[in-house]
Design a protein around this ligand. Structure first.
Ligand code: ATP
Length: 248
């Protein structure tokens, strides 16, 4: 595969925090438009990987490339959704959704269109004029997800985004992220503890070892969509991934 077909290249990525060795010589690529899930034991360095990709931290050794260039969030069109809701408390829901688009200086009618679409998609109509502190945790998180979706990024990084949600909303938003992925062809890196969620979403699952983490296995998920969590093929992959993590 040629270099232009990769959205992200991770080469010999190593990270220490002081004496703590978190990532150990990790190398892999993410294809343009791929949906990759990353799973692994608690504390193995999954969030650290995203923080290196967005340059919150610098690698101790190795490098990450986006579109062939060293990762630089100022240069690339990327959006991040963390587990903790992090909307701007002084802005209403609607203003929060508009914020990133206004910074990007999109035309007003395009901002209106995208924001209305997201409000409808995520069922936020009744919350439009509320402030984040007036919302439940799961509704506040929907704002963050909506903000990321509205940006229509080339690269969407999601760190346990549905961890705090009830199962119904989680299923709904899993389907929404698939819809967005298909519609705008974004590349998605999705971190989760939930193996069923990983098998439901991913084209490929990267299983990390305990820290210092390296890649234990890559699992290709070639099941048709929408996926059936009760199908024997689905359960076989889920059990296999679970086995790989239980190994610790
Ligand atoms: N800024 C930091 N300074 C020192 N240690 C850190 C820092 N950030 C993360 N760590 C440590 O690095 C290790 C990996 O943390 P990280 O949050 O990346 O793991 P994770 O796989 O995302 O965990 P979880 O599964 O619980 O979400 C942990 O031991 C954590 O305490």
């Amino acid at each position: 595969m040629s270099e232009q077909e990769y959205k992200v290249r991770v080469e010999h990525l190593t990270k220490y925090f002081g004496d703590l060795h978190v990532l150990d010589d990790v190398s892999f690529n993410i294809k343009k438009g791929e949906f990759l899930c990353v799973v692994g034991p608690t504390g193995c360095g999954k969030t650290t990987f995203l923080n290196l990709l967005t340059r919150i931290y610098m690698p101790t050794k190795g490098e990450l490339y986006i579109d062939g260039e060293p990762a630089d969030p100022k240069k690339h069109s990327l959006a991040v959704v963390f587990q903790e809701p992090s909307s701007m408390p002084w802005l209403t829901v609607e203003q929060n959704l508009r914020f990133g688009l206004e910074i990007k200086k999109l035309p007003k009618n395009e901002i209106d269109r995208r924001v209305e679409n997201i409000i409808k998609l995520l069922g936020l109509e009744e919350f439009r004029n509320r402030y984040p502190h007036q919302l439940s945790v799961s509704t506040a998180q929907r704002i963050i997800i909506g903000r990321a979706f509205a940006l229509q990024p080339d690269l969407l990084l999601m760190d346990e985004p549905y961890g705090q949600m009830d199962i119904k909303l989680r299923f709904y938003l899993e389907d929404e992220v698939i819809r967005l992925w298909k519609e705008i062809g974004t590349t998605v890196v999705f971190i989760t503890h939930n193996i069923e969620e990983a098998v439901y979403l991913a084209e490929r699952i990267l299983i990390l070892t305990n820290k210092p983490a390296h890649i234990k296995e890559e699992v290709q998920v070639d099941l048709p969509r929408p996926r059936d969590v009760t199908a024997p093929d689905f359960i076989a992959i889920r059990n296999h991934v679970t086995e790989q993590i239980k190994w610790w």
